[in-house]
Design a protein around this ligand. Structure first.
Ligand SMILES: Nc1nc2c(ncn2[C@@H]2O[C@H](COP(=O)(O)OP(=O)(O)OP(=O)(O)O)[C@@H](O)[C@H]2O)c(=O)[nH]1
Ligand SMILES: [Mg+2]
Length: 690
């Protein structure tokens, strides 16, 4: 495959809600462009995008797939992404590879929270957007009109149809390049085509003063071929978000869409949003722009890392400048030593074609480079060491499952598979929680983690999963004093140490949550034993004093003690410090704190009352609820994480699968007394057993 000039490349991400038809549309476009002889189907499990066994089993895309075809002399790289909210990280992660984000909406389901989120991220990153209303074969013309109004009300009047469906959704009429005069006989009335044509042309020419003048002088009958440059500019300036109607099933609108992608969407030469920054010597960052020039020093961004069944670990990257050649030596981030790029590949679903070089704007993959990781920057010169991507707004994994190995001999293997999976999925984490002594895997939802557990199983590791324990923290709410005298006489040598100390609460925003102060005078505790007292106190800090959870927000002042010339040893003061601290904490009205999260829930408006009512049973507080885009409600709330361990299933059953939510950590808050009493009662303190 020859290396293509950036002006001839179009990089397009297909994203949007789960089941809106992206994978089917990808099949349709490749077929319509002549790149395939037959269309695959998601139900039959023979599509180019959903080629993994797990995707065929779930009948949903679970990661981004890379496809390409030629049309009107241009190479179109299409990235088909998953739309289920649990896998939305894989869609957002590929945004930096493209110049156009095409968001697919199911004509019947309408605008969902995934659609909003994706369009918002693209807008924020200043990537040109396109809206595809798919499944027009299943929607009435009234429904399409209503949805178009909702799209414009939600995303702005810059959203304008570029084509119009005919009655029955069997065909579309391009209204950007046709003013309606030539569509006689089509099943759409002339005046609506003419009006739509006028609206989009008037919107496009607003970005070009000269065109506006010409239009004002000549009025109607403007040659639309002249508008291509202005159309691209309008996309880049977010002055236009074209709406395309299509049916992946019948093929209606496919040719229009191919034409828009190949010839109207911007090329890597035209769009170069401020995606990168360069770290400066003084720690600040400044915008850095790539030059889409084949001769410039290489800079490529790795936006996906995956394990290919044939090639092993591969990194998929987008070239921003320079030419990446196979067997070249390149640097990664600020690593000192270069790595050798072995073979280079261009991907077509699960197939890969070896290439020798790729230039600016290209998307390609390199295999077997251990150092490659998601978000890494491959480059040719140490001068580019400090260039990195402005972080993407990826959702934070909050949904957790505690895992245990069925077979304890798998420990080492678990850790290596966990690292591999984390390298592939920026929304998956594995944590060892000291407070609860559990290993917790976190992702975006129940299905996400179910797929992860299946992947562990495929790697030979069986995991037992349970709801994670809440990671409480202990703190105190009053001042108190504590004392302990440690005296042990065993055989010859004895142990002696005595400690008096005070504790007081620290403010919630204290940076470390702990202070240790030596207030002793006159050597009541010799200087060399003070660190031992602190050590004893710190041991309790991690193990907790009342319920076995780590303690925070406490200042400790040691003010008196006693020692013995012969029997005082470090160990004696460690024990005395620990016990005196526990004594003080128990008198300082200790409380448990628990993590709270911010929740944002979206669902059809009719469920708003149920959602709010259910949250109140979870100790949640609704902060706002509003109805947007006609039928969607957005509820914002705060609630304790411990009550939301099963929220994805609960919301699913409450809303018949139509609700979605996101959550992130907010703050710690005091646990209600009755819950605290139960947690403390369930704890068998270690210090009582000693
Ligand atoms: N009637 C009709 N059905 C369609 C159309 N496009 C897709 N479908 C069906 O909708 C279902 C979902 O299609 P997919 O292509 O898997 O949707 P997707 O957007 O890739 O879904 P995710 O990968 O989960 O995000 C399948 O059963 C398709 O056959 C269309 O234009 N019309
Ligand atoms: Mg799909």
């Amino acid at each position: 495959m020859p290396n293509r000039a950036p002006a001839d490349i179009r990089n397009i991400v297909l994203c949007g809600g789960g089941g809106s038809g992206k994978t089917t549309l990808t099949e349709r476009l490749l077929f319509a462009a002549g790149a395939t002889k037959k269309m695959g189907s998601v139900t039959e499990g023979n599509t180019l995008s959903d080629y993994t066994e797990e995707e065929k089993h779930h009948k949903h895309s679970l990661h981004a797939s890379f496809l390409h075809f030629d049309y009107e002399g241009h190479l179109v790289n299409l990235i088909d992404t998953p739309g289920l909210v649990d896998f939305i990280g894989h869609a957002i992660a590929v945004f930096p590879a493209a110049e156009t984000i095409a968001v697919v909406i199911d004509a019947n389901k309408g605008i969902d929270s995934v659609t909003r989120r994706l369009l918002a991220v693209a807008e924020e990153r200043r990537i040109p957007r396109l809206i595809i209303i798919n499944k027009i074969d299943e929607a009435s013309s009234d429904r399409l009109e209503e949805l178009t109004d909702q799209v414009r009300a939600t995303f702005g009047a810059v959203c304008l149809p570029i084509n119009l469906p005919t009655a029955g959704g069997t065909k579309v009429i391009n209204v950007f390049e046709h003013d309606g005069h030539d569509s006689a006989g089509d099943d759409t009335d002339f005046s609506s085509v003419h009006d739509a044509h006028k609206r989009i042309v008037e919107q496009v020419i607003e970005v070009d003063d000269e065109l506006t003048m010409q239009y004002l002088e000549k009025g109607e009958g403007f040659d639309p071929a002249k508008l291509h440059a202005a159309f691209e500019k309008a996309l880049e300036d977010a002055h236009l978000v074209p709406i395309c109607y299509a049916s992946a099933k019948t093929g209606a609108g496919a040719d229009d869409l191919l034409h828009v992608f190949a010839s109207l969407c911007p090329s890597p030469e035209e769009v170069n949003p401020p995606e990168f920054v360069m770290r400066q010597g003084d720690g600040t960052e400044k915008e850095w722009h790539a030059k889409p020039d084949a001769g410039a020093p290489v800079l490529a961004h790795v936006f996906k890392v995956t394990n290919d069944p044939f090639l092993g670990k591969i990194g998929v990257f987008r070239v921003w400048q320079g030419t990446v050649k196979s067997k070249a030596d390149l640097l990664i981030d600020d690593h000192k030593k270069p790595v050798r790029v072995g073979h280079l590949f261009v991907l077509q679903g699960k197939e890969h074609v070896e290439v020798h070089e790729v230039g600016p704007g290209a998307i390609a993959a390199a295999a077997k480079i251990d150092e490659l990781k998601f978000n890494g920057v491959l480059h040719a010169s140490h001068e580019l060491d400090a260039v990195h991507l402005v972080p993407l707004p990826l959702p934070k994994p909050m949904f957790g499952l505690a895992v245990e190995l069925k077979n304890h001999a798998d420990e080492a293997k678990f850790s290596s598979v966990a690292h591999k999976l984390m390298a592939e999925d920026p929304c998956f984490t594995v944590e060892r929680i000291a407070a609860t002594k559990q290993t917790v895997i976190r992702g975006l939802g129940e299905l996400h983690l179910r797929v992860i557990v299946e992947r562990f199983k495929a790697a030979g590791i069986e995991l037992l999963t349970t709801t994670p324990k809440v990671a409480y923290k202990e703190t105190i709410t009053a001042r108190a004093e504590g004392h302990h005298r440690h005296k042990k006489q065993t055989g010859g040598a004895g142990q002696f140490g005595e400690v008096y100390l005070k504790v007081e609460p620290l403010p919630a925003d204290h940076p470390t949550g702990f202070e240790f102060v030596d207030d002793t005078v006159g050597g009541s505790i010799p200087r060399q034993f003070i660190p031992a007292v602190e050590k004893g106190v710190r041991m309790t800090l991690t193990d907790g004093a009342v319920a076995g959870y780590p303690m925070t927000g406490v200042c400790v002042r040691v003010y008196d003690g006693k020692y013995h010339d012969v029997d005082s040893k470090e160990i004696a003061f460690i024990t005395a410090g620990k016990r005196a601290f526990i004594d003080a904490v128990q008198k300082a009205r200790p409380v448990l704190m628990e993590p709270y999260v911010n929740l944002e829930i979206s669902a059809p408006a009719r469920y708003m009352g149920d959602i709010a009512g259910h949250l109140s049973t979870k100790r949640g507080r609704v902060q706002s609820s509003e109805i947007v885009a006609g039928d969607v409600c957005i509820v914002k709330a705060q609630a304790p994480l411990g009550e939301l361990q099963n929220y994805s299933n609960e919301l699913k059953s409450m809303t018949g699968g139509a609700g979605a939510y996101g959550m992130d950590y907010s703050h710690d808050e005091r646990t209600p007394a009755h819950i605290q009493a139960a947690v403390i009662a369930a704890y068998k303190p270690k210090h009582d057993e000693e």
